[in-house]
Design a protein around this ligand. Structure first.
Ligand code: AMP
Length: 216
């Protein structure tokens, strides 16, 4: 799943997983934030990049994702899985392809979420998260039941440090800079689709249809 920060990748992934039960997912952003929370050595490296809105180096990310796929044994089990936030550069796409080929696998669907930038900026302003679970709330259209508290644990919600306006602009620019090469790579493989809309409610049925078509 490809999409600018704030395009709804996390929200749409969790909706998708409820409907398509064969599917599992990983979000590289969530995993990195967990490493930061654990204060692991990987987390310390990740924190430096994330707080500046920069992308982590491709080799670091390729190793990180390969290790995660290995731990979950998805490739050996030929599981169906969704990657949220990876690949994020053309180089990562190539590295992922090489890793999958070792297991005789391929990415069979890449979906770009296309949401207007003005909608994204408004969302980020209203985005609050429950850091340890990755649950995301929006104060205007998906507010928590108790203001600023997670619905499940009751723990306080926080703002992501990289959601401040200056850092966010850097992240948005980086996304569009990299999108072209990733798009070309997957278009050549014939697996690239775009779904457009202002809200996740508009995008979700289109996304679901695309994903379900891979299971029938
Ligand atoms: P996200 O939650 O997907 O917006 O990711 C948050 C931050 O984690 C990004 O701004 C990057 O700093 C880092 N990150 C996540 N995924 C990747 C990736 N595939 N390549 C490089 N950096 C990443």
């Amino acid at each position: 799943m490809l999409g600018a920060p704030g395009s709804g990748k996390g929200t749409l992934t969790s909706r998708l997983l409820k409907k398509v039960t064969q599917l599992s997912s990983i979000s590289t952003g969530d995993l990195l934030r967990q490493e930061i929370g654990r204060k692991s050595s990987m987390g310390k490296v990740a924190e430096e990049y994330i707080k500046q809105g920069a992308l982590l180096p491709d080799d670091f990310m390729a190793k990180f994702v390969t290790a995660e796929l290995g731990t979950r044994n998805w490739l050996n089990n030929r599981a169906s899985f969704l990657l949220d936030g990876f690949p994020r550069t053309g180089n990562q796409a190539v590295q992922l392809d090489n890793e999958l080929l070792k297991h005789d696998s391929r990415i069979n669907l890449v979906v770009e979420l296309n949401v207007p930038p003005e909608v994204i900026l408004e969302r980020i302003d209203n985005r609050w998260v429950h850091a340890s679970s990755g649950r995301v709330y929006n104060l205007s259209y998906n507010p928590p039941k108790v203001p600023f508290k997670d619905d499940i644990t009751g723990e306080p919600l926080t703002k992501r440090s990289d959601d401040n306006p200056e850092i966010f602009k850097v992240r948005l620019d980086k996304y569009f800079e990299q999108l072209k090469s990733i798009k070309e790579f997957y278009q050549q493989q014939g697996v690239f689709s775009t779904v457009s809309g202002d809200t996740s409610d508009i995008i979700f049925p289109k996304l679901l249809q695309l994903v379900e078509s891979k299971f029938t």
